[in-house]
Design a protein around this ligand. Structure first.
Ligand SMILES: C[S@@+](CC[C@H](N)C(=O)[O-])C[C@H]1O[C@@H](n2cnc3c(N)ncnc32)[C@H](O)[C@@H]1O
Length: 124
């Protein structure tokens, strides 16, 4: 009994949310079905690359499962949606992309998003 680990304690180790106040997070979708409105096209998000994420998806996931300062690895970087969200959320993003041209495009978008750069590793 004494060693019982509470779910809330485990979660507080992996995200920055106060789970005692989870109902107060209006922008975190807690329903089992996520109904996301309009795609976020703010900043350098363009939505113009095939198969690109709706930015709200990595945003929701990273807020639940990472803390500020954590490292997030996206092994299929594409246009850099996840790393742009990393930058906004104070996570360190590492991206791997097969196509050098696409890696360069993503790198530009990520760097233009704010003052701080993240490593983007093109896979040659
Ligand atoms: C569906 S897109 C990812 C889109 C990304 N989530 C976004 O929001 O822009 C998949 C990307 O993975 C890259 N890719 C495919 N195979 C790969 C591999 N083996 N290693 C690294 N990147 C790869 C493709 O070139 C493509 O840009």
């Amino acid at each position: 009994m004494g060693n019982k680990i509470k779910f809330i304690d485990v979660m507080s180790r992996i995200n920055d949310l106060n789970l005692n106040d989870w109902k107060e997070y209006q922008d975190i979708i807690t329903d089992s079905l996520w109904i996301i409105g309009e795609r976020d096209k703010s900043g350098t998000h363009r939505g113009d690359y095939h198969g690109n994420f709706i930015p709200q998806i990595p945003n929701q996931l990273m807020r639940r499962f990472t803390k500020k300062g954590d490292v997030v690895l996206d092994t299929f970087l594409g246009s850099g949606t996840t790393l742009i969200e990393c930058k906004r959320l104070g996570r360190n993003g590492i991206g791997i992309e097969l196509l050098p041209k696409i890696a360069e495009m993503a790198k530009q978008r990520i760097n233009q998003e704010s003052l701080f750069g993240f490593p983007v590793l093109p896979k040659f």
